[in-house]
Design a protein around this ligand. Sequence first.
Ligand code: SF4
Ligand code: FES
Length: 249
Amino acid sequence: MNLKLRIWRQKNANAKGRLVDYELQNVSPDASFLEMLDLLNENLIMSGEVPVAFDHDCREGICGTCGMMINGVAHGPEAAITTCQLHMRHFNDGDTIVIEPWRAKAFPVIKDLIVDRSAFERIIQTGGFISVSTGSAPDANAIPIAKEKSDMSMDAATCIGCGACVAACPNASAMLFAASKVSHLALLPQGQTERYERVVHMVKTMDEEKFGNCTNIGECSAVCPKEISLDFIAMMNRDLIKATLMGIS
Ligand code: SF4
Ligand code: FES
């Protein structure tokens, strides 16, 4: 396949970025999207140019680092996958592909396609953990948990913190991410002790980090590679109301 690429190039956080056109020949339809970018970077290095900076680690949909906007869609045209799981067979010979970083005030661009997602870490730091003493490892069946509850908790826990939800939301809201992190603990007995403090602290940090609010558009869930449901946002909002009624701030 021969492709035309329009890629956002930006030297650093303070530099002005712009879209730069590249032509790339002989791309295998079996290559992953990141392998296609590797090929481009090899060509750029061979011709003495600066390669395109992009984030990646596991390349199997687990770490959440590889997100980018592909033709205006977070993680590209295929549903329920990350950028590293996208393959070039989903594009056509001769296509022009526009590749940009996540766009959100809370995720400033570091270089080219890499953004700073540490705002997510700061949300986690204010509540995404259990601090009660749990002692030694209990038997697996010592704390019975209903199957429905454990399945829901597991669904929420599949969030990989990629940030696609924020990038896709017109409000740059982090509600789906925060709701996943709040809900997977709120659904388990171990998460009950700090349940209401947790939701208050994490939502407060989310607001301080300048993420927007949710207006029920649903783009977040539509682009989420783990198909996290909007139900978790409703669950988090219910816990937040309960916490307010309990006087927790
Ligand atoms: S909720 Fe989905 S889109 Fe948002 S950070 Fe988690 S995995 Fe990524
Ligand atoms: S590189 Fe880890 S999810 Fe894509």
